[in-house]
Design a protein around this ligand. Structure first.
Ligand code: 3PG
Ligand code: MG
Length: 396
């Protein structure tokens, strides 16, 4: 598919309805991670520089169609103002009179943020009249919210049908990075898929085995695969009812020429606790009372060896219980190697989805990756090979 970028649009004097994802974590009214805000700054500043007036559309949390005061986007205004470096005004509603008035009052060089689109049920229903009310506020629609593009909502999909539309710079960067990693990658390609549950990533695994040369499985979901191969995994997190599914994925991988890499050795503890006493054992030797919390050093060596032979890496999910030391060891070592190979120019590395960025940030390795997606669910759905409605709606 093709999409327009800001390069294709004349922004002079135009009100640019810009969909952003500023669904940022917040504690006691303070934004604790401003990554998503920081990443939309180039788009917003470019719109201003080229004579347009940016009006930001966004959701915050899941208020389910009612006004939830804690989910008001007004709480994000201070962080947004700081990141943009220009005045940010705020409208108490994203449609109707408050929105119209605020748009009319918006001056060149400033930004307007509209209240949480999800305060209207019509947003998540992708109601056409609601999308039309949004569209009536501006001249151009710019979608810079890749991380919300898996939602077919009024502000992500419906509105794109009603106005001249383009991708913002962040959306553009996400799409370019993801295409480079999976649509037309430099081969061989290795995918790392970790995290707790196979059940949440079945479609993803099924899609990947047909697209990559190596699939490294880590974290809790590796236990499900080990158990499916008949190995004892003790008291580990494991979805035993998915044994047959795991075997099917392994067969599909074999038929597609994809090598599935499972742990050779494991780090086993008796309890899920920081610095719990632990032992490094061969994968065959997990005791009945043991819990697998990380991949062992031999496994890490094997993973690094695969990285060294690949040109592209796509990473989703940690390899172990990365929240508690020392069970973040395999994740940190593999991530550091990926960063090193990327810096040396031999690997293109892309990571995203849920816990992944937190896991990689912990080790500082994220800075060395070619691209870190801001997306959680959207990244996963994209890895599953699904069409994202917010992206599809930009198709020119
Ligand atoms: C996210 O935080 O992943 C996006 O903002 C999408 O949010 P949602 O899962 O509530 O649609
Ligand atoms: Mg989500």
């Amino acid at each position: 598919m093709t999409w327009k970028t800001l390069d294709d649009m004349d922004l002079t004097g135009k009100t640019v309805l810009t969909r952003v994802d500023i669904n940022v974590p917040m504690e006691n009214g303070v934004v604790t991670d401003s990554t998503r805000i920081d990443r939309i700054v180039p788009t917003v500043q470019e719109i201003i520089k080229r004579g347009g007036k940016p009006v930001l559309l966004a959701h915050f949390g899941r208020p389910k169609g009612v006004v939830v005061p804690e989910m008001s986007l007004k709480h994000v205004v201070p962080a947004l103002t700081q990141a943009m470096g220009v005045p940010v005004s705020f409208a108490e509603d994203c449609i109707g009179l408050p929105a119209k008035k605020a748009v009319a009052a918006l001056r060149a060089g400033e930004v307007l943020l509209l209240e949480n689109t999800r305060f209207h049920e019509a947003e998540t229903k992708n109601d056409r009249a609601f999308a039309a009310s949004l569209a009536a506020l501006g001249d151009i629609y710019c979608n810079d919210a890749f991380s919300a593009a898996h939602r077919a909502h009024g502000s992500t999909e419906g509105i794109a049908q009603l106005l001249p539309s383009c991708a913002g710079r962040l959306m553009q960067a996400e799409l370019e990075a993801l295409e480079a990693a999976l649509s037309k990658p430099s081969r061989p390609v290795v995918a790392v898929v970790g995290g707790a549950k196979v059940s949440s990533k079945l479609d993803l695994l099924g899609n990947l085995v047909e697209k990559v040369e190596f699939l490294i499985i880590g974290g809790g979901m590796a236990n499900t695969f080990l158990a499916a191969k008949g190995l004892n995994v003790g008291t580990s997190l494991c979805e035993r009812d998915l044994a047959e599914t795991a075997r099917e994925i392994m067969t599909k991988a074999k038929n597609s020429g994809c090598e599935v890499v499972l742990p050779k050795d494991i780090v086993v503890a008796q309890e899920f606790k920081e610095n719990a006493p632990h032992a490094i054992l061969a994968v065959e030797d997990c005791p009945d009372v043991g819990m697998i919390l990380d991949a062992g050093p031999e496994s890490t060596k094997a993973i690094i060896n695969v990285f060294e032979h690949c040109s592209t890496l796509i990473w989703n999910g940690p390899l172990g219980a990365f929240e508690i030391a020392p069970f973040d060891t395999a994740t940190n070592a593999a991530a550091a190697k990926a960063a090193e190979l990327t810096r040396a120019g031999s690997l293109i590395s892309v990571a995203g989805g849920g816990d992944t960025v937190a896991a990689l940030n912990k080790s500082d390795a994220a800075k060395g990756f070619s691209y870190i997606s801001t997306a959680g669910g959207a990244f996963l759905e994209w890895m599953e090979g699904k069409t994202l409605p917010g992206v599809a709606a930009l198709d020119a």
